[in-house]
Design a protein around this ligand. Structure first.
Ligand SMILES: *Cc1c(COP(=O)(O)O)cnc(C)c1O
Length: 338
């Protein structure tokens, strides 16, 4: 499959002949989750965005943001990030031959994402502050220097990310009652809603935030957001109004899920569906299981935004232990069969 710009060019702001920076993102699997469906009493599908080139949906937006930056003649890109935007911006700027700088909250990003950003050669800046402070600062930097901002406040990010809704609409032949999606900075739910409407669909948009970082649920910013789901540890989402509009005008809702509920869904997906996603992604499934999808909903898609390998530390802390064994047949038999 070509990348999303080539696949959906007529619905994206790119003309034939424009530069395209792509790693063949998009066209991700949509998998029927049999056990989860049984548990939820609905038909539940999982959109596996961890299958994108850098392991998260951010690549859909990044191919557009970086291609547009090249078209505009930018020499460098910058972003604030809870991790995945940094990994994606670093990869796409490496592919484009641009310089990349990523500002991340110190000590609060998952190991895999940090490794990616560093390996792709980005300048990784660890801010002694949280994501919201990082975003505020990078906005000031780009107002003073000719550097392209590739956070989801950039419209090209939204344009690229809406293509996931196109893929779902095509795969399910337009039959979808609700979408469950984790909400952090609220760019992705905004993008899905735009994409669905362009595809002529209006599924109920159900957004889920972590209980310790749930500004949209409380109706006010959270000064010190806290959650194990580091990708959605955001206290003041940039796309606040648009996200609320998506949920209200689709008859949806925004709700909170606790870290314990997120971790339970995270383990369930891995152990009974064969899908290893990162904790933030599991908020969509946790939300569905805890809050339900409402009346007259038969078919739901849960967006699994990023791959589980992004955050091996959280996985190891919440999985079973390995079994030590001496190199003898009897010991192996005991270890395997008991
Ligand atoms: C970025 C991200 C989110 C949140 O998306 P927003 O557009 O910020 O709401 C959720 N899950 C993962 C894995 C992410 O990387």
């Amino acid at each position: 499959m070509p990348g999303i710009i080539e696949r959906y060019r007529e619905r994206l702001p790119f003309a034939p002949g424009d530069p395209v920076v792509s790693l063949q993102e998009g066209s991700t699997p949509l998998v029927l989750a049999e056990r989860l469906s049984e548990k939820a009493g609905l038909e539940v599908w999982l959109k596996l965005e961890g299958a994108n080139p850098t392991g998260s949906f951010k690549d859909r937006g990044m191919t557009c943001a970086v291609s547009a930056a090249v078209r505009e003649g930018a020499r460098a890109v910058i972003c604030a990030s809870t991790g995945n935007t940094a990994a994606s911006a670093a990869a796409y700027s490496a592919k484009a031959g641009l310089r990349g700088a990523v500002i991340v909250p110190e000590g609060k990003i998952a190991t895999g994402k940090l490794a990616q950003a560093l390996m792709h050669g980005a300048r990784v800046v660890a801010l002694r502050g949280n994501f919201d402070e990082a975003l505020k600062l990078v906005r000031e930097v780009v107002s003073r220097h000719p550097i392209s901002l590739v956070n989801s406040v950039n419209e090209y990010r939204i344009e690229g990310q809406k293509t996931a809704a196109f893929e779902i609409a095509e795969a399910l032949a337009g039959e979808l009652d609700a979408l469950c999606i984790p909400v952090g900075n609220a760019g992705n739910i905004t993008a899905y809603w735009k994409g669905f409407r362009e595809a002529g669909l209006e599924p109920r948009m159900l957004g889920f935030q972590a209980a310790g970082a749930a500004p949209l649920v409380h109706g006010r910013p959270v000064e010190h957001p806290e959650t194990i789901a580091s990708a959605i540890r955001i206290g003041n989402p940039a796309r606040w109004e648009e996200a609320m509009d998506a949920m209200t005008s689709s008859g949806g809702a925004v709700r909170a899920v606790t870290d314990a509920e997120i971790l339970a869904a995270y383990r369930l997906l891995a152990a009974s569906e064969g899908v290893f996603c990162e904790p933030a992604s599991a908020a969509s499934v946790a939300g569905l299981l805890v809050h339900g999808a409402g009346e007259d909903v038969h078919r739901v898609v849960c967006v699994l935004t990023g791959h589980g390998l992004k955050d091996p530390q959280t996985a190891l802390e919440h999985a079973g232990a390995v079994v030590p064994c001496d190199p003898e047949l009897a010991a192996i038999e005991r270890a395997v069969l008991e």
